[in-house]
Design a binder for this molecule. Structure first.
Ligand SMILES: [Zn+2]
Length: 457
């Protein structure tokens, strides 16, 4: 900085030989000192939290990520030091400070500022990011509206609604045209009762209010998958089916015919090899961006690049590949519709992992694979182990979970989370075409092993 000022003063003396008067000289020097020197200034780019992002504040800790230049700067957030990579990407796991009227209140629900400081030699820069609790007054949704008389809600699309705990994993299937009674509504959904007495939210976007319609017809159905031995399907209070699952079922087709629901167990297997196999790939995210790494690499871009590589390898072996989305934003509901249209033999949804507040992913990271229906579990296990073997990642489990994309009963459908894009070292891998190629090979190995073994059974 000093050298630069000297050079500028010398340059001024050259072009302005008689020199300015002393007070002018003072102004010029002051102005020169205020010009930041781009070669030395520390700069910070914060990726998370975003300004005014909603965070679950009562958990106490959260992740902060971003990049700093120069890369050998020190970064702290709320007083905690962040780990900085060679290229300046950083991650920190920091306490959430709740400050109200300038006073820190631990564990209170309030808007929380994050104070980032980056230091490099004598240079220092500070960035304040405000984030808020979902329960803070500025982030709260409108309160529920309770209807004086229940309203009839007609469902416009086939809906698959997952029940939350304590019945995690159970699905309510609501066919198109079903009419349900709603007693209340929130900003985005109606709370309805199914003929089986279960309360479910129906999105306003998927339904309309109708007058003068009989209650409950044609009804809603529930699918339970508590274990891999049976699949229980209940159409109404008189009809209950139990389908034994002996490892032979490839999926269930459910559809409405003459106002009644039909369930077709799918037992035929594809040929036992990749050739001719119809695989539907779901590159995670877009229209939402999904997770993001410290350098700003987005999960939606990463998953699309990996999926294209998986598709290329599958096609080399003769498989037919479809996508639920490519460049254009595609909401989850439409991606489900595209899956159904593709009539796939398998569905693989590809994601890059992230974490919610409160968990320190620097200490526990690896591969997770999810499935919902019992006939999806062998595919999930096969792809999961192929990734562990080839990529050498830690095993965070093959988990039955009620995820939207896994709620596809017609064939084995799984979701893979190979590694955590939120970690600087792992984001860097996802950005590398060689890594994506190796990962795609692992996924294809897993699919191949599953299909070939399935044929022997
Ligand atoms: Zn994701």
């Amino acid at each position: 900085m000093k050298g630069l000022v000297k050079r500028l003063v010398a340059e001024l003396a050259r072009v302005w030989p008689r020199g300015p008067r002393s007070c002018e000289r003072g102004y010029i020097l002051a102005a020169l000192l205020l010009i930041p020197s781009p070669a030395f200034a520390v700069s910070l780019k914060i990726v998370r939290p975003e300004p005014a992002e909603s965070l679950s504040l009562p958990v106490g800790f959260t992740f902060v990520i971003g990049t700093v230049t120069p890369a050998d700067s020190k970064v702290t957030c709320n007083g905690e030091e962040c780990d900085v990579e060679d290229d300046g990407a950083f991650i920190g796991f920091v306490p959430i400070r709740c400050v109200q009227d300038g006073v820190e209140r631990r564990g209170k629900i309030c808007d929380a500022p994050f104070e980032f400081i980056a230091r490099h030699g004598d240079d220092e820069t500070k960035v304040i990011v405000s984030a808020m609790s979902p329960r803070s007054p500025s982030a709260r949704e409108k309160p529920d509206e309770i209807f004086e008389k229940p309203k009839n809600i007609r469902v416009k699309n086939w809906l698959w609604i997952g029940l939350e705990e304590p019945r995690l994993g159970d699905i309510v299937l609501v066919p198109e045209g079903a009419t349900l009674k709603a007693k209340s509504s929130s900003a985005s959904s109606y709370r309805c009762r199914t003929p089986l007495g279960t309360e479910i939210p129906i999105a306003k976007a998927d339904s309309e209010i109708v007058d003068g319609v009989d209650e409950g017809a044609p009804g809603a159905w529930e699918i339970s998958t508590p274990d891999r031995e049976t699949v229980k399907i209940m159409c109404d209070e008189w009809t209950k089916w139990k389908l034994p699952f002996k490892g032979k079922l490839w999926g269930l087709r459910l559809f409405q015919e003459d106002g009644r629901m039909r369930v077709d167990p799918r037992v035929e297997h594809p040929a036992g090899k990749l050739a001719g196999l119809r695989v539907c790939l779901d590159p995670g995210h877009h229209s939402d961006s999904g997770a993001i790494g410290p350098r700003g690499f987005e999960e939606r871009e990463s998953t699309l690049l990996i999926s294209r590589e998986v598709a290329r390898l599958l096609k080399e072996d003769g498989a037919e590949v479809s996508f639920t989305r490519e460049e254009n934003p595609m909401p989850l509901k439409q991606r489900h519709d595209r899956m159904r249209e593709a009539k796939p033999d398998l569905v693989v949804s590809i994601h890059n992992n992230s974490v919610g507040e409160g968990q320190d992913v620097r200490k526990r990271h690896g591969t997770q694979t999810f499935y919902l229906f019992p006939w999806s579990k062998p595919l999930a296990e096969s792809v999961h182990h192929a990734i562990l073997d080839k990529m050498g990642t830690d095993d965070l489990g093959c988990i039955q979970r009620n995820l939207y994309i896994a709620r596809f009963p017609e064939c084995p459908a799984i979701l893979v989370e190979p590694e955590y894009i939120i970690l600087p070292s792992q984001e860097k891998k996802f950005m590398n075409p060689d890594y994506r190629h190796k990962l795609a090979e692992a996924i294809v190995d897993g699919i191949r092993n599953f299909v070939e073994k399935k044929d022997i059974e």
